[in-house]
Design a protein around this ligand. Structure first.
Ligand code: PGA
Length: 258
């Protein structure tokens, strides 16, 4: 089993740098010394840069967005090399909130994925269906989003991608998917990846579950006997240090018992 990956997506929070700094340092001290789990914190850009500057203990950092060009006249955008040089390792691409509110298309997402890889960042590609009651249509939605997001990615780079399955109906609603269903989705996504890049590379790709994960349900998404999810993408529950630390500890405990 791959080392579980837990990503904190702070979204547009917290509202001051003081709070961001406190949250970051509480998470850092609460997870210090834990083995067998990889933690990534993805603050909004303004706090990310300051946090990265003081990140002596080298907590793994992620960005929530990136532009697809390496440089140039693109007002308001941040390039992949800028992130890389600031000490950022991961970038979330294709989150449903960006698809919905910022109009990001599959093509834009694919460009960002390629640009991130080119700059040496690890893209966390988010895919997921809109409605819970459209279960029959889910596989085709996931297949389409995934196929289009990785268009043009070289076979060498492919295994660096992380895929996050985030059913849109489960995000921020308190209605998480069931662990069984999440496992089924992970298996399905790995099959899609196998078709796209071959079984060996597909087996190295990490697949995360996201959508209303909290300290009570976190470990259940990763405790299947067969290989399912390899980690978690966490929004709301990552904004409370204590809750997030509990999540990380429960996953570390699970990994230790394996
Ligand atoms: P949530 O968000 O944990 O608040 O449901 C997850 C996400 O949007 O990445």
């Amino acid at each position: 089993m791959a080392k579980p990956l837990i990503v904190a997506n702070w979204k547009m929070n917290p509202s001051t740098y003081g709070e961001a700094e406190r949250l970051f340092s509480d998470v850092k001290s609460g997870t210090r010394g834990l083995r067998g789990v990889e933690v990534v914190i993805a603050p909004p850009f303004v706090w990310l840069v300051s946090i990265a500057g003081k990140n002596k203990k080298k907590v793994c950092l992620g960005a929530q967005n990136v532009f697809w060009e390496m440089g140039g006249a693109y007002t308001g955008e941040i390039s992949p090399p800028m992130l890389k040089k600031s000490g950022v390792s991961y970038v979330i691409i294709g989150h449903s909130e960006r698809r919905r509110f910022l109009g990001e298309s599959d093509e834009v997402i694919a460009r960002k994925v390629r640009a991130a890889l080119k700059a040496g960042l690890i893209p966390i590609v988010a895919i997921g269906e809109e409605l819970r009651d459209s279960q029959d249509a889910v596989p085709s939605v996931l297949a389409e989003q995934l196929k289009r997001a990785v268009e043009g990615v070289s076979s060498k780079d492919f295994k660096r991608i992380v895929v996050a399955y985030e059913p849109v109906w489960a995000i921020g609603t308190g209605q998480a998917d069931t662990p069984d269903n999440a496992t089924r989705r992970a298996i399905y996504i790995r099959k899609l990846l196998t078709k796209l890049t071959g079984a060996r590379r597909a087996s190295e790709i990490r697949i995360l579950y996201g959508g209303s994960v909290n300290a009570r349900n976190a470990a259940s998404f990763l405790s299947s006997d067969i290989r399912g999810m390899d980690g978690l993408l966490i929004g709301g529950a990552s904004l409370e240090a204590e809750e997030f630390v509990k999540i990380v500890r429960s996953v570390a405990e699970l990994a230790r018992r394996r």
